[in-house]
Design a protein around this ligand. Structure first.
Ligand code: BEZ
Length: 213
């Protein structure tokens, strides 16, 4: 199993889920995907994470992102747990949870880190673009619930880069000024892309208002 790196194609797979069997690439279609693993069903941090993802359904949809969760529990367990998430987190799980009891996907994506957590997946996140390219990854330990607003922020940054050739500075939040990518040097293209202008702090540090996304 090769390590997956940014820029690699997200491996395809077929696996069962709470929404029936999933052929990953076909299911993803031409959408962005957030594939995220959690250690186990019926555990406290995981329950809050899946509830938070469900509550953010509108934010994911607005960015054309399909979330898909995974743990190495069987599908009957997932289906029973979904009721608890609805009850305790007040949100309906409206995305599939992969039932990876045979660890096929966990192994393919190197989601089990036995020196951190034996026999279960850590909190892995793979942000995958519509061409199936892995654009960002995060790995958290079992004891730390992820910040799903941060995952949305990373997606905003990636989508801005793709559409407008801008990058986002440290601690950037939506609506704040962005950075023009260093590779963009042609004066005519700069004028065409940023008609309202930009600020040259240093020749390599050029700030501009966030383009509309
Ligand atoms: C949790 O989701 O709360 C959890 C899962 C595995 C280990 C520690 C915490």
């Amino acid at each position: 199993m090769a390590t997956l790196r940014l820029g690699d194609t997200a491996p395809d797979f077929e696996q069962d889920s709470t929404e029936g069997p999933i052929a990953f690439h076909q299911w993803a279609g031409k959408h962005w995907v957030v594939l995220f693993s959690h250690p186990a069903d019926f555990t406290p941090v995981c329950t809050t994470e899946l509830g938070r993802t469900a509550a953010l359904a509108g934010e994911f949809a607005r960015r054309d992102v399909k979330p898909i969760a995974l743990s190495v529990d069987p599908v009957e367990s997932h289906r029973a747990w979904v009721g608890d998430i609805q009850e305790t987190q007040g949100a309906t799980v409206n995305f599939p949870i992969l039932a990876d009891a045979d660890r096929k996907v966990a192994t393919l994506y190197d989601m089990i880190h036995p020196n951190s957590l034996a026999n279960a997946t850590v909190r892995g996140v793979f942000i995958i673009d519509p061409d199936k390219v892995i654009r960002a990854t995060l790995t958290y330990p079992a004891s730390t619930g992820r910040n799903f607003d941060e995952i949305l922020r990373v997606i905003d940054s990636l989508q801005l880069t793709d559409a407008y050739k801008v990058a986002t500075p440290a601690n950037w939040q939506a609506g704040e000024d962005v950075v023009i990518v260093p590779s963009l040097q042609d004066p005519a293209e700069l004028a065409q892309r940023f008609p309202k202008g930009y600020r040259v702090v240093k020749p390599y540090l050029r700030m501009t208002a966030q383009p509309h996304r």
